[in-house]
Design a protein around this ligand. Structure first.
Ligand code: PXG
Length: 463
């Protein structure tokens, strides 16, 4: 007996009409979406998406920085199915627990750097960062320094879309909607050499950008500063890869002033840079790590906060009850899928493969795009990369109408079977870690073609 399908087949136009009528999308201009109609993605396999018109698209963004093991992995589906039958839900409040959450906590303690033995689960990255704000402030309260409340973040950071997540983030457009940031969250310059530092070497600029932290701490008063938060590489902000001098200097400053260091690893975690975590790539030791996205390769929603012993010991020994948690903290199905996902990442040595094989190969090919007349800078590491589109290559001048070239390029990519995201005029990629060399060639070939099409639109000669 075959059951009726839960989701019937419809024509693209019908999906689009229903979508416009009923579905409020995230980060979307509703009027312009209604005018254009959504692209409806119906299925995916490996590194390819398929839309409702049957077009095959190479997913250069791994969904939204998350599908690290690629689409269509049976092991993850089976893990979810088995767990749903065994125990689809139970909470971790009121002194209860269940095997998937305990087992995942153990695995994460083993996978993450040695200062981490304990984890707090959330539903995603935004919630995880909210948890960190609560924990950081609680930590200093318990230590008798309640005036230490200020968290320092950076311009153009992305730390989520909840009230605290968006406040930690440094996106002006987000702050402008809803009266953000919340009190005691402040921002310093992002380590964006191409935009802010080309007058000096990247190494010198890295130190200069890190010293902005000292200036801010001194301006606020060191006794009021609780923590500093940063993505090892800013993702949504445009794949801002700091010079190698940056993070060690940030770490030195945090230690000097005894402030907690938070690495938001939501984009960099689980192999993106060729190390398990971005902080390992840059060689620093955070007190917290925010995890989400590739923790399940996006197959289930899950976030986590890794808490270093320095903090956890205080909360556990002296903190009393921590009045914070989510219905879905440690959801058993999400945890089971995460376990299956981490088992694949480790078993297939996908992180080593990014560091030693496909990462260097993609980066070599990606750098060829730097020859294009529209590209002012190419950067990348592992399986993350960015291209800066510029109006005038020799002087590295940005377009006057910032964002137009990026949008045009993104649209050409979509039309030509490639997902590449635009952040203003920065084109970015973060493909699944299972990308093959042939697929890397396809990605770079399509990107070159779409740069040509964009240049033509803008009246720039391409030789
Ligand atoms: N931290 C970082 C570094 C992120 O990139 C979050 C936290 C929030 O995670 P959740 O799971 O709550 O979304 C993110 C999310 C984009 C884009 O346009 C990036 C994210 C989300 C939406 C869009 O690149 N990153």
């Amino acid at each position: 007996m075959s059951a009726e399908p839960l989701i019937v087949e419809r024509a693209t136009r019908e999906w689009q009409d229903l979508d416009t009528r009923h579905y409020l999308h995230p980060f979307t201009d509703y009027k312009s979406l209604a005018a254009e109609g959504a692209r409806v993605i119906t299925r995916a396999e490996g590194v390819y998406l398929f839309d409702s018109e049957g077009q095959r698209i190479l997913d250069g963004m791994a969904g939204l920085w998350c599908v690290n093991v690629g689409y269509g992995r049976r092991e993850l589906a089976e893990a979810a199915f088995a767990q749903m039958q065994e125990l689809p839900y139970y909470n971790s409040f009121f002194k209860s627990a269940h095997p998937p959450a305990i087992e995942l906590a153990r695995m994460l303690a083993e996978l993450t750097p040695p200062q981490f033995q304990r984890v707090f689960f959330s539903g995603g990255g935004s919630e995880a960062n909210d948890t960190i704000v609560r924990m950081v402030r609680r930590y200093w309260d318990v230590l008798g320094q309640p005036e230490r409340r200020v968290i320092i973040s950076r311009e153009n950071a992305y730390h989520g879309s909840t009230m605290a997540g968006a406040s930690l983030g440094g996106m002006a457009a987000m702050h402008a909607q809803g009266g953000l940031p919340i009190p005691d969250i402040v921002h310093i310059e992002q380590p964006y050499w191409f935009a802010n530092g080309v007058d000096v070497s990247p190494e010198e600029y890295g130190i200069r950008a890190a010293r902005r932290l000292v200036e801010k701490i001194e301006a606020i008063g060191p006794e009021r500063v609780a923590a500093f938060i940063g993505e090892p590489i800013q993702g949504a902000g445009g794949v801002i890869i700091p010079p190698d001098t940056y993070w060690p200097e940030i770490q030195r400053i945090c230690r000097e002033y005894d402030i907690l260091l938070i690495a938001d690893e939501v984009v960099c975690g689980f192999g993106r840079t060729g190390r398990w975590f971005g902080s390992q790539h840059f060689g620093f030791e955070p007190d917290f790590m925010t995890l989400a996205k590739a923790i399940t390769s996006g197959y289930q929603p899950l976030g986590a906060v890794m808490v270093a012993d320095r903090v956890a010991d205080v909360l556990v020994e002296k903190g009393g009850e921590f009045h914070h948690g989510y219905t879905y903290s440690g959801h058993p199905v999400a945890c089971a899928v995460a376990i299956a996902n981490l088992t694949i990442l480790a078993g297939e040595q996908l992180v080593d493969r990014v560091r030693e094989d496909i990462g260097p190969y993609l980066q070599k090919r990606w750098r060829e795009l730097g020859e294009h007349p529209l590209v002012g800078e190419v950067r990348g590491v592992g399986l993350i990369g960015a291209l800066e589109l510029v109006a005038h290559k020799p002087s590295r001048t940005f377009f006057r109408n910032r964002g137009e070239a990026g949008l045009r390029c993104r649209d050409h990519c979509f039309a030509n079977g490639l997902v590449m995201r635009a952040v203003r005029d920065t084109m970015i990629i973060a493909p699944p870690l299972v990308l093959t060399r042939e697929q890397a060639d396809e990605l770079v070939g399509k990107a070159w073609k779409c740069l040509d099409l964009t240049a033509r639109d803008l009246g720039i000669r391409v030789g």
